[in-house]
Design a protein around this ligand. Structure first.
Ligand code: ZN
Length: 154
């Protein structure tokens, strides 16, 4: 349960869900189970093991890059996506989902083309956008999508 004084943040490394006190960013928090930082510089790698913690139980929205190794535009967009982590850090977390490795998770959200970016909050889709984008477009799109939901900062 989250309260006004804390929020839940999933751990990408072990799949635990941690309570982080208000006023602390996820980047300052460490996982109570495995001890690793809750938010790294690079997007987390989504797996069935950490999906629930990051995409369903976290209070922080998750921006997911659905991609595959054989997809040229996906590989081209990868550095732009990583670069979006810093400007978007205060409002959401970033993660990558390899649709070759995790076809079940891609099917669950009916991903029809890649790259597709999707913002998930509590397991629900807030926004999706297909096609490669530069960093500035990724940041602007995500900020707009969240502001429509009344989420401007966390
Ligand atoms: Zn952990």
């Amino acid at each position: 349960m989250s309260t006004a004084n804390s929020r839940m943040v999933g751990c990408a490394a072990c799949g635990a869900t941690n309570r982080v006190p208000a006023g602390k960013t996820a980047a300052e928090g460490k996982c109570g189970r495995c001890g690793l930082a809750l938010s790294g510089q690079e997007p987390a790698v989504l797996t069935p093991r950490n999906f629930a913690a990051l995409a369903e139980r976290s209070d922080i929205p998750l921006l997911v890059d659905f991609w595959a190794p054989w997809c040229g535009p996906c590989r081209q967009m990868a550095p732009a996506f990583s670069a979006a982590a810093a400007p978007l850090g205060p409002i959401l977390r970033l993660a990558k989902l390899n649709t070759e490795d995790e076809p079940g998770l891609a099917q669950r959200y009916a991903i029809q083309s890649i790259p597709t970016l999707m913002i998930l909050h509590k397991g629900r889709e807030i926004a999706r956008q297909s096609g490669a984008m530069p960093t500035t477009a990724i940041v602007a799109w995500a900020q707009k999508a969240l502001s429509h939901r009344g989420v401007t900062s966390l």
